[in-house]
Design a protein around this ligand. Structure first.
Ligand code: NAD
Length: 450
């Protein structure tokens, strides 16, 4: 029904505008498969307009006293859960070095100019908040490029913020990654890029930005191990490896999903039973219903990808414990939606593709182990290094795993806590750097001879 379809617009230079050539993309409700909104399909002209607006706004924004910026950000915080207003002062602190009786060394932190934040579909508001808040606090002006599959919430935020910040300080431009995303990445007027997205997109952006040598921050994909030792609190572990990891919270479409569940052999049977019981208690239904605990896959394309991995798992010989079913049979009341049931396979072979490749859906693989050394070797046998969970009551072992796991974050007896005060980023193919106020500044040195 065309009348009920919401039309969203870009935020450029303080104005809410369609794409310059009027093109749009459909936004599909993944629970039903129906179009519910349209977003601008922006191109090079829109990229140019956003960079021009952000550059125009930069002198006024960066030249404002830090506490003035903090005042604006407090107003923005009315709309966002995560904000860096309190961090603003970090961006203007510098060092003083006495180089000699008449020689003084100083450092100054300066903003990059226009920061481009490229965000994924799986957590648009929190990734938007982290990038925009820190970059703005540091004195940059910002362009955010949300993901085409799920950007209505970010464009709606643009509507709410249009009158809060001075024109051009924050710009939001939607459209395809390889079109408007690529145009922005290559733009000479952009001073720094921060991407949260897949490893492949990180590689594409590295290549596309090479000519202009832009500094990059990459928070990329993962294949995180969640390691359950026999001495763990198994009640807590069963919750931690399922609901707060690979099944609920975006149906496993989470960068840190603990999609490899390593279980020490003495508790193998018990843990598999507990995981099955937790997964069996989930409610798959309309995501707008508050009783729902697990929703659909985001798009038709991602649905094909996830179901493709179910076939791969079977061909590779992984053993199905539960789930594996897809489509209309999962949520019969929503037959057109992209539904995949919570799924668990087991294997003893960590080299299988379902153990090595990011599936980004409610699909986990359980792998048994005997010793600490074996658990560590299996965990680190991955091209990714985003996060890891360790479930044990042995404090010495917990510290050894914190030290030895090749991972940006290690959670011990908890999972998926990401407090703003701690860095969140990856190693290996999971990226480098992390969003913070300091990440959006560069240092200048001065030597003053008196
Ligand atoms: P994606 O890489 O396909 O897209 C991410 C963003 O990049 C989108 O806005 C997209 O339009 C844009 N993009 C794609 N190609 C581009 C190009 N050539 N130039 C410029 N921009 C381009 O990722 P996705 O499918 O939206 O999100 C899922 C991925 O994100 C997973 O791999 C997940 O692990 C990762 N992720 C990581 C974190 C983290 O903090 N480490 C958090 C959330 C998601």
């Amino acid at each position: 029904m065309a009348g009920s379809i919401t039309e969203y617009r870009n935020l450029i230079g303080g104005a809410l505008v369609p794409a310059a050539d009027g093109r749009t993309l459909d936004s599909v409700n993944p629970a039903t498969g129906e179009v519910w909104a349209r977003i601008p399909a922006s191109g090079r002209t829109d990229a140019d307009a956003a960079v021009t607006a952000a550059r125009k706004a930069f002198p006024g924004w960066s030249g404002m006293p830090a506490l003035g910026r903090a005042g604006f950000l407090r107003e923005v915080a009315e709309y966002l859960w995560r904000i860096a207003a309190g961090d603003v002062l970090d961006a203007v602190k510098g060092d003083t070095v006495i180089l000699g009786p008449d020689t003084l060394g100083l450092t100054r932190r300066e903003p990059y100019g226009v920061v481009l934040g490229i965000i994924p579909w799986n957590s648009p508001i929190s990734t938007f908040s982290a990038k925009a808040a820190y970059a703005l606090a540091a004195g940059n002006t910002v362009i955010v490029k949300p993901a085409e599959q799920a950007c209505a919430s970010v464009l709606r935020l643009g509507e709410l913020l249009a009158d809060v910040l001075p024109p051009g300080v924050l710009n939001i431009v939607s459209g395809l990654g390889e079109e408007v995303g690529d145009a922005l990445v290559r733009h000479r007027g952009v001073g720094k890029i921060s991407l949260t997205g897949s490893t492949q997109t990180g590689q594409a952006i590295t290549r596309a930005s090479a000519d202009s040598l832009k500094p990059l921050t990459f928070e990329l994909g993962g294949k995180s191990p969640n390691i359950v030792f026999a001495d763990a609190d198994l009640d807590a572990a069963a919750q931690g490896v399922t609901v707060n990891s690979v099944y609920t919270g975006n149906a496993g479409q989470v960068c840190v999903a603990g999609s490899r569940i390593l279980i020490q052999r003495p508790v193998w049977d018990e843990m598999i039973e507990r995981v099955a019981a937790v997964a069996g208690g989930l409610t798959l239904a309309d995501p707008l219903d508050l009783a729902t605990t697990m929703g659909p896959i985001v798009s038709a394309g991602q649905y094909e990808r996830v179901t493709g991995y179910l076939e791969i798992a079977e061909k590779e010989g992984a053993e199905l414990v539960f789930g594996g079913t897809t489509g209309a049979s999962v949520v019969p009341s929503m037959p057109g939606g992209y539904w995949v049931a919570p799924t668990l396979y087991t294997t003893t072979d960590n080299s299988l593709r379902v153990c090595q490749e990011e599936i980004f859906g409610p699909v986990a693989v359980a792998i048994p182990f005997d010793t600490d050394e074996e658990a560590l070797a299996i965990s680190n046998d991955s091209s990714y290094g985003l996060a890891a969970g360790v479930w044990t009551r042995d404090l010495g072992r917990a510290h050894r795993f914190v030290r030895d796991l090749q991972s940006g974050t290690v959670w011990v007896n908890t999972f998926r806590q990401m407090p703003p005060g701690l860095p969140f980023g990856g190693v290996k193919d999971s990226g480098y750097g992390h969003d913070s106020v300091l990440a959006y500044t560069r240092e200048k040195a001065a030597i003053i001879q008196t």
